[in-house]
Design a protein around this ligand. Structure first.
Ligand SMILES: [Zn+2]
Length: 422
C-alpha cells in the first residue's frame, strides 16, 4: 500500500525550500515522491499525519563498521593501548577475529536498527571478520534488508593475517559483487602489500566499482609507506591505479602533503571525514583545504547517528578546518550525490524522515542551517521511510522485533567478549 504523508512541511534537501503539502510516496528501490493536492483521490493509501512536523530526505552514513557494534560496554583490552597501532592490535583486531556467523548477523541488525532510529536509510559499510570471511557480506546484506536499510558493502582486504586471508577477502568480494552492488574494501596502505593492492584494483575494475580504503588516518600510515615503498600513501594509491574511479572512497585523509592534496583534488573519487573517531583515537584533525568539495561524513563504527557526526565536524572544524554552516550541510548530504552520480540503488527521493521539531524561533529556508547545527537532532525523528516503506513509526521499528533482537544480541555479545578474553 502506498504511503501518504498528509499536512507535511516538506523541506527540499537541496534547495531547502519549505512547502506545505501532502506527499505521495512511491514504493520500491528507486521510487519518487509526489506533491498531492486532493488526498481523496488516493483512498487506498496508508496515511501518516504530519501536521506540525517537518519532512525531508532521510540521511545516509558514508563510512560505517557494523562489525564494531558489540564493542559498546565491553571489558577493557588486555593492554591499555598507547597509540593508534595498539588500538587496532588490542581492540579492533582482537574483536574482529572473534566474530562468527551470529555475531556478524546481530552486529549488522543492531547497527541497522540504530541507523533507522537516527534517520539513516542507507549505509556504506566496511566489514572485517578474519575468521569468518566467506559469506559474511551476504549475512550483513540480509540483516540490513530485514530492517529496511539500503547498503553498499565491502570486505576489508588486508595482508595483516597473511596472504591466504587476503586471498579469501578477494574471493569474498568477487563472489558478493556477482550479485550485489558493493565496493572493494582495503584496510589501509600499511597492511596491504603491492600484490594485494594490485589484485584489488584489478577486481574493482573488473566489476566497474571503486576502492574503499582508510588513508593516512594516523601518521604511522605515511611513515610506514615512505619506509617500505619510498613514497607517500596517496602517491602509492595513484601509482596502483586506485584513484581513477568516481566510486572510490578514501577515508580519513588526515596526514596529507600538498602533492597528495593535489592528486586527490584532481581525481574523481570522494573522501569520507570521521571527526569523532579521529578525536577518540587521538590521531589528528581533518582539514579539507585543497581537497575539493567531494567530502562525505562517516561515523567510522562509533555510532549510527550521522547528524551527530555532522555537528562534531562543524565544531572541531572551527579550529582545524574551514567549515561553515553550508559546507557542513553539503558534506552531510554529499553521500546522496555520491550514490546517485555513481548509479547506486536505494537512496532516491522515497527515503524520508519525519521530525517533530518544535522550535521557539522561526524556521524557514533562510535560517534552516542554524537549526541544522544547533537545533535538530535524532530525538526529533518520529517516522522513517526507506525505499517507500515505513520502517520507523512513532519512534518504533516496524520491520523487525527490536526487543527480541536486542535480547538475543546481548547474549551473543557476552559470548563474543568471553572469546576476546581468551
Ligand atoms: Zn573506518
Amino acid at each position: 500500500m502506498p504511503l501518504l504523508l498528509t499536512n507535511a512541511t516538506f523541506i527540499d534537501w537541496q534547495s531547502l525550500t519549505f512547502t506545505q503539502t501532502h506527499l505521495l510516496v512511491e514504493d520500491g528501490e528507486d521510487g519518487n515522491v509526489k506533491f498531492v493536492g486532493d488526498i481523496s483521490l488516493y483512498p487506498d493509501c496508508q496515511i501518516i499525519d504530519c501536521t506540525g512536523k517537518l519532512v525531508t530526505k532521510s540521511f545516509a552514513v558514508g563510512h560505517h563498521h557494523a562489525y564494531s557494534a558489540m564493542a559498546k560496554g565491553m571489558p577493557a583490552p588486555k593492554k591499555n593501548p598507547e597509540n593508534f597501532h595498539e588500538i587496532l592490535q588490542y581492540v579492533w583486531w582482537n574483536l574482529d577475529k572473534c566474530l562468527d556467523k551470529e555475531t556478524i548477523e546481530y552486529s549488522a541488525l543492531i547497527t541497522a536498527m540504530a541507523c533507522a532510529r537516527a534517520g539513516s536509510t542507507f549505509v556504506i559499510d566496511h566489514h572485517a571478520s578474519p575468521n569468518y570471511i566467506k559469506g559474511s557480506l551476504e549475512i550483513m546484506a540480509k540483516a540490513f534488508e530485514k530492517v529496511g536499510i539500503g547498503h553498499l558493502l565491502c570486505y576489508e582486504i588486508t595482508d595483516r593475517d597473511g596472504i591466504e586471508k587476503a586471498g579469501q577477502g578477494l574471493d569474498e568480494t568477487a563472489g558478493y559483487l556477482q550479485n550485489h552492488q558493493g565496493l572493494v574494501g582495503l584496510h589501509a596502505s600499511f597492511t596491504v602489500g603491492d600484490n594485494t593492492l594490485k589484485n584489488s584494483v584489478t577486481l574493482a575494475n573488473q566489476f566497474d566499482t571503486g576502492i574503499h580504503i582508510h588513508v593516512a588516518e594516523d601518521l604511522y600510515d605515511q611513515i610506514h609507506c615512505e619506509k617500505t615503498w619510498h613514497k607517500r600513501v596517496v602517491q602509492r594509491l595513484a601509482d596502483a591505479g586506485a584513484m581513477e574511479s568516481s566510486k572510490s572512497l578514501l577515508v580519513h585523509c588526515l596526514h596529507l602533503d600538498e602533492n597528495e592534496r593535489r592528486l586527490i583534488e584532481s581525481s574523481p573519487l570522494w573522501l569520507v571525514q570521521n571527526a569523532e573517531s579521529n578525536m577518540n583515537n587521538n590521531v589528528g584533525y581533518f582539514n579539507g583545504s585543497g581537497l575539493g568539495e567531494r567530502i562525505l561524513f562517516g561515523t567510522d563504527g562509533m555510532h549510527s547517528d550521522i547528524l551527530q557526526s555532522a555537528k562534531a565536524a562543524f565544531f572541531v572544524g572551527q579550529r582545524f578546518d574551514n567549515i561553515t554552516y553550508p559546507s557542513s550541510y553539503q558534506r552531510f548530504r554529499n553521500v546522496h550525490h555520491y550514490l546517485r552520480s555513481n548509479n547506486f540503488s536505494g537512496d532516491r527521493d522515497n527515503n524520508l524522515v519525519v521530525l517533530d521539531y518544535r522550535s521557539g524561533t522561526e524556521i524557514n529556508q533562510n535560517n534552516f542551517l542554524g537549526h541544522f547545527i544547533f537545533g535538530i537532532n535524532a530525538t526529533h525523528i518520529t517516522d522513517v521511510i526507506s525505499q517507500g516503506k515505513l520502517i520507523v513509526k512513532n519512534r518504533e521499528i516496524q520491520t523487525v522485533n527490536e526487543a527480541e533482537i536486542l535480547r538475543e544480541s546481548i547474549i551473543h555479545a557476552s559470548n563474543l567478549w568471553d572469546r576476546m578474553r581468551r
